[in-house]
Design a binder for this molecule. Structure first.
Ligand SMILES: NC(=O)c1ccc[n+]([C@@H]2O[C@H](COP(=O)([O-])OP(=O)(O)OC[C@H]3O[C@@H](n4cnc5c(N)ncnc54)[C@H](OP(=O)(O)O)[C@@H]3O)[C@@H](O)[C@H]2O)c1
Length: 185
């Protein structure tokens, strides 16, 4: 769909983890500056895409149009629990078909995880916003992308044709920044 702009968002530890060893995003990875950045991005997005366990759970969440990946359905179906959500199983329907069913044909799509979902879109991101907390390590945690920790998240984004822009500081005291990784034109 040429009218869709695909953007990814994640915050990771210094060792590239998006959650701890019990698959939970720990408080150590939660920072007010990053939350504000992420919230503003989701409020601007036309569609949010995530796996069943990566719901962002914010005050504006019920108003946001979203696709939720799940294998509990065959292809695409309305979410009985949320009128603004469409359930999507990629093995039974294309991303384009799922967007159609969600009523989104143009605009910005925010991909917000988890790792397998990030991996599916690696060759499609226009920009991936990689937030990192330099002072946090989560040994044995859940890697943010397939291929981490053997390779760094940055190496993986670069291998998929994305180039780092200037980092924005989100929390100077805690060493948290976000770097836009953009596809070369
Ligand atoms: N730090 C961050 O920025 C960040 C970002 C995202 C997530 N997280 C954290 O990471 C953890 C979630 O990790 P997770 O790996 O469990 O993530 P997840 O992708 O949100 O959830 C996995 C579930 O999504 C569905 N799913 C995923 N890929 C699918 C596919 N290709 N086809 C069909 N269904 C698919 C399946 O649902 P069914 O079981 O219904 O089939 C699967 O069980 C949470 O703790 C979350 O808070 C952190």
């Amino acid at each position: 769909m040429p009218g869709l702009r695909i953007e990814g968002y994640v915050i990771v530890s210094a060792d590239g983890m998006l959650a701890d060893a019990s698959h939970i995003m720990p408080d150590q990875l939660k920072f007010e500056g990053d939350k504000q950045f992420f919230t503003a991005a989701l409020d601007r997005a036309d569609l949010i895409v995530h796996g069943r366990r990566s719901f962002e759970d914010q005050p504006n969440s019920p108003r946001r149009t979203r696709l939720i990946l799940t294998r509990t359905i065959d292809a695409v179906a309305p979410d009985p629990a949320n009128p603004n959500a469409t359930l999507w199983n990629p093995s039974g329907a294309s991303f384009e078909a799922a967007c159609e069913r969600a009523g989104v044909r143009a605009g910005t799509v925010a991909i917000i995880g988890g790792p397998g979902v990030f991996g599916m879109f690696m060759d499609r991101y226009d920009t991936f916003w990689l937030s990192q907390a330099a002072g946090v390590r989560l040994p044995g945690g859940e890697p943010c992308f397939p291929g981490v920790p053997e390779r760094s998240p940055q190496d993986i984004l670069a291998a998929h044709g994305l180039k780092a822009g200037d980092a924005l500081i989100l929390d100077a005291a805690e060493g948290v920044s976000v770097t836009p990784w953009r596809r070369a034109a």
